[in-house]
Structure formats: C-alpha cells, structure tokens
Ligand binder design. Structure first.
Ligand code: ADP
Ligand code: ASP
Ligand code: MG
Length: 417
C-alpha cells in the first residue's frame, strides 16, 4: 500500500461529468489498496473569470482582495469532488487551504508555502477517508487568504506530497505527459517517458506551463517522485498500467534513459526588452541602470552590453512583460540622470529555449540553432546560455515558426536510439 497525492487540473474537473470520472479514478486507486489525497484546481476558465470580475471593479485589483476572490474556484471543486467520491462509495472530506492549514508567506497572488499541518490529513487517512484539498490557496500567519500564483495547484500537490512523505505525486492533466514541446504548437511533438529534474526545472522556468516552476523546485528539494499523466483516458484502466504511464521526472541520469542531446523546446511570450542607448561606458553604469529596477522589485532576465565605441555603449535587458511600463518609467529618469542618448522598449518579443543535459557533452548545438533560425530569416535579438539550455529572444511574430523549425531541425519527433 502506498500514499499517493493526485492533482487534477482545470480541464480534468471542468464539468460534473469530468469530476465524476476523477472520482471513479480515485475509487479505483482506493480499491487497489492505496491511500489517496486529491488536490483539484478550479474548473477550467473559472480562475480567469474570477480575476476578470475583480478587474471590472478595480483596474488593478487590491492583491489581498483578489486572493479572496480567486481562491473560491477551488473551494467549489473540493466540495463537488468530495460529493462525487461519496457517490462512488468512497469516504471523502473536503478541505480549503486554511482548514488544513497550508501556511504561506503574505505575498498575495504569489505566496510561497512555508509549512503544512498534516495532523488532520493523517487522521483522515487513518480513518479511511480520502482528503480532498483545495489547490492554489493557503493562509498567512495572521489569517489572510493567499494564492500561490497561476498554475499553483501543482505546487500545492507537490508540497502536500513532501509534507506527508507520499510515495508519489501524480499530476493528472489534459495531456498524457511532458512533451518535447507544447503539442498544441507542434503536433509532432513526442512524449518523453522520463525527463531529468534539472531539465524539467529549466523547461518550467523557460515557459513550459505543464508544471508550475515552484512545484518542480519543491519536488527537487524534497525528492518527491513526480509524474505527469492524462486524466482524459478511460478512468477504469488498470492501476498498474496507469502508474507507469505519462512522464516520470527523474533525479538521476541512468543508462536506461533516453539519451537525447536536446530534450525539449520551451517558449515564453511574457517578457519585454528595454535598451538604453548611448550610455557612457564607465564603472558603475550597470548598477546605475539595474539598481533602480531591482529596487522596484522587477526581475531582470537577460542582459546584454555592447562593445563601446567612442566611450558609449548600448545596454539591453529583459523584464517580465507585466512590469514593462513601470520599468520604462524608471529608466526614463535613469536615462536623464546618466546622460544616455535614448531609451527604447519592445514588448513584442518572445523567448525560445532549447533544453537538454546532453548539451554538456555535445558541441555545436548553439551554432545549429542559430543557423536554423537564420535560414528562416528570423533575427536573433538576444542570446543567453547555461550548461543545459540556450535561449534566444526573437520577434514575437516568429515564435511558433521558430519552435517548429527547431523541433524539426533537431529531429525531436524521433525517439533517440
Ligand atoms: P492543468 O489545468 O491540468 O494544470 P495546464 O494547462 O496548466 O493544465 O498544463 C497542461 C498544458 O501544458 C497542456 O495542455 C499543454 O498545452 C501545455 N504544455 C506546454 N508545454 C508542454 C510540454 N512540453 N509538454 C506537455 N504539455 C505542455
Ligand atoms: N486555478 C488556478 C489557476 O488557474 C490554479 C491552477 O490551475 O493550478 O491558476
Ligand atoms: Mg496547470
């Protein structure tokens, strides 16, 4: 007998029929002798609807109140799912984040889990109940409701699995695993039977929304066995088959694993680029530009400083698109202060990244990537690399084309021998 945490995303609980299917799936795992904790998201579209309601009343909604509103989607699904489980003859009890006591910090709309009180859940499990715990939400030390950021139910599930030392955390979603890239963009994308934790972390942080990045971080920190699999298959498929399906996130590279050089391609539209032109090239200039940006709590991703001519240089960097206007306002002041010639911004960029642990031992990946893009006439605006990834910034209008041609050029649709 194992303890399994099962998370079901928005599409997986998008209707009462789907919720009934989730209940049947859980009943099957119970019948096979396993303890199960279920973590549902809100029904698909619901969190967007709630946020849109808030924006009708306040252009930029108060973060504390937004969390009060946005967290309600999950309260509905835990109750409904508990009812559906009872209808299947499974003892179940629903919990909001604050009833369990999923303790978070007070960073509304992007709170971090600090601690989980496992007492009630343990007691329920011992009494034969399936606890159904709302994803995405928690409570801070002074009793405010918080949410964990979009996609945060993944993190709720992995954090619960870590706190209860579950044997495995299963992320049930609308695709049957982690693919070489988003199968909605590249239909030939291939499902990976396994992906290393490091690669998954890069993929998630570079834009693959199949797992929230913090859930992957949690899995790494607490060594939670994590698997992504489909909730849209026949709920009666045997537990043994289901338990081996999807994509397993692995912590070691072993000889049996697929030995691809590149595991996947991620992309993100949520950044913007700022360039300060004609900056006097002298010590302290990077600090003069990026210091005020950091002070405003804006994260900087890529940074490029050009070679200087006649003592002047151009300085470019990217920030989250949501912070673009704020960054422009800050730089407007900075530009005058440091005597730079001009300030230009572009929020129609995207970042396309190739990820793979095989890059460590293979040369020439970057040049093949750049050649492939140039053959399509796609101009590369910025480049950044690490041991296991190469990212480029290109015009947003080329995003899908770039992903497709790279997928093809690197034969990602073909399983490695
Ligand atoms: P859920 O509501 O279950 O949390 P999400 O929409 O958050 O589902 O995540 C699943 C989606 O992630 C898929 O439908 C797919 O379009 C997208 N996705 C992006 N990159 C990948 C990838 N590399 N592999 C699989 N799915 C991906
Ligand atoms: N319902 C939340 C969202 O849409 C959390 C989740 O789906 O994981 O972001
Ligand atoms: Mg999700």
């Amino acid at each position: 007998m194992a303890l399994i945490v099962q998370k079901y995303g928005g599409t997986s609980v998008g209707s009462t029929d789907r919720i009934r299917n989730v209940a049947r799936r859980v009943a099957k795992w119970r019948a096979a002798g396993h303890d199960v904790i279920v973590v549902p998201s809100a029904m698909s579209g619901e969190t967007n609807r709630l946020i849109a309601l808030a924006k009708e009343l306040q252009a930029s909604p108060d973060a504390r109140e937004l969390d009060v509103v946005a967290s309600t989607g999950e309260q509905v699904t835990v109750g409904l799912l508990a009812m559906a489980l009872m209808a299947e003859g499974v003892k179940a009890r629903s919990y909001t984040g604050w009833q369990v006591r999923v303790l978070t910090d007070s960073a509304f709309t992007k709170a971090r889990i600090v601690d989980i009180d496992e007492a009630r859940l343990r007691a329920d499990l011992a009494a034969g109940f399936v606890p159904v715990v709302a994803g995405f939400q928690g409570i801070d030390t002074i009793g405010n409701i918080t949410t964990l950021g979009r996609g945060g139910s993944d993190t709720s599930a992995v954090a619960l699995a870590a706190a209860l030392k579950a044997d495995e955390c299963l992320i049930f979603t609308d695709v049957d695993g982690v693919y070489t890239t988003d199968p909605r963009i590249v239909p030939e994308a291939r499902r990976l039977a396994t992906i290393t934790f490091e690669e998954m972390l890069e993929m998630a942080s570079l834009g693959s929304k199949v797992l929230q990045i913090r859930s992957v971080e949690f899995a790494g920190k607490y060594k939670v066995r994590l698997r992504v699999l489909s909730s849209l298959t026949d709920p009666e498929i045997p537990v043994d088959t289901e338990a081996r399906s999807g994509t397993l996130i692995t912590f070691e590279e072993d000889d049996n694993m697929e030995q691809a050089v590149i595991s996947g391609i991620a992309f993100a539209r949520d950044e913007a680029k700022l360039t300060v032109m004609g900056v006097p090239d002298r010590p302290g200039i990077a600090y003069a530009i990026l210091g005020p940006i950091g002070d405003a709590n804006i994260d900087v991703d890529m940074i490029i400083q050009n070679a200087s001519t006649d003592g002047l240089t151009d300085f470019s960097f990217t920030v989250p698109r949501g912070d673009y206007q704020k960054a422009l306002e800050i730089l407007d002041v900075v530009q005058k202060h440091i005597g730079a010639r001009a300030l230009v911004g572009d929020n129609r960029i995207c970042k396309v990244s190739m990820v793979g642990v095989g890059m460590r031992t293979h040369a020439g990946i970057a040049s093949k990537m750049f050649r492939t893009l140039s053959e399509e006439g796609i101009n590369i605006q910025m480049i950044s690399t690490s041991e296991i990834k190469i990212s480029v910034v290109v015009d947003e209008k080329y995003m899908e084309l770039a992903v497709r041609v790279l997928h093809r050029a690197f034969d990602l649709e073909v399983a490695p021998a």
